[in-house]
Design a protein around this ligand. Structure first.
Ligand SMILES: [Zn+2]
Length: 171
């Protein structure tokens, strides 16, 4: 008796799946700034009234703005990824996990072609270079795709280039 108020119980396997997905998500998001960087950012803003004082933004637009600021930093020459960046990787050092996360965050961790989410995909989504130039890591040149769609776009490259360029401009 007395069990009527309980929530429906999830199976053990379901609970495990949920907790693993959560762990994955947490590991991916991680901390974007080191404590020093956060301190620097804090000090830089001292003494000035906050630019957003008195303004109200929705949670979604606040999130969008902070992602945009992080992308600006990640692609600026001040970012540590640019320093001592000698690598045999075909990708430049700037194209690292940090930048990929930011692009995926902008794209809501969803393939921009077939709309599968990273959670449904069961492996990390890829970040595609729209103009097929691995050295062009400008934010407008990057878009989130799943593995299948990423293979698809290797054909008819000219068409995809136009398609994604227009799509990213609408983001
Ligand atoms: Zn896809």
């Amino acid at each position: 008796m007395g069990n009527t108020n309980q929530e429906p119980r999830r199976s053990r396997a379901t609970r495990k799946k949920i907790s693993e997905a959560r762990k994955r998500r947490h590991a991916q998001l991680g901390h974007l700034n080191t404590p020093e960087t956060r301190k620097k950012i804090g000090e830089a803003g001292k003494g000035r009234p906050a630019w957003n004082k008195g303004k109200r933004f929705s949670k979604k637009s606040r999130q969008k703005m902070s992602v945009a600021a992080l992308i600006r930093f990640a692609t600026s020459e001040n970012h540590p990824a640019w320093k001592g960046g000698i690598s045999f990787d075909p990708y430049p050092p700037i194209f690292n996990g940090h930048l990929k996360r930011l692009i995926k965050e902008r794209d809501s961790y969803t393939c921009q072609l077939c709309s599968i989410t990273e959670e449904e995909h069961y492996e990390q989504l890829s970040v595609h270079h729209i103009d097929y130039d691995k050295n062009n890591c400008a934010v407008e040149n990057l878009i989130t795709l799943c593995r299948a769609c990423n293979s698809r776009v290797n054909f008819r490259r000219d068409q995809w280039l136009v398609f994604f360029t227009e799509k990213v401009q609408r983001v």
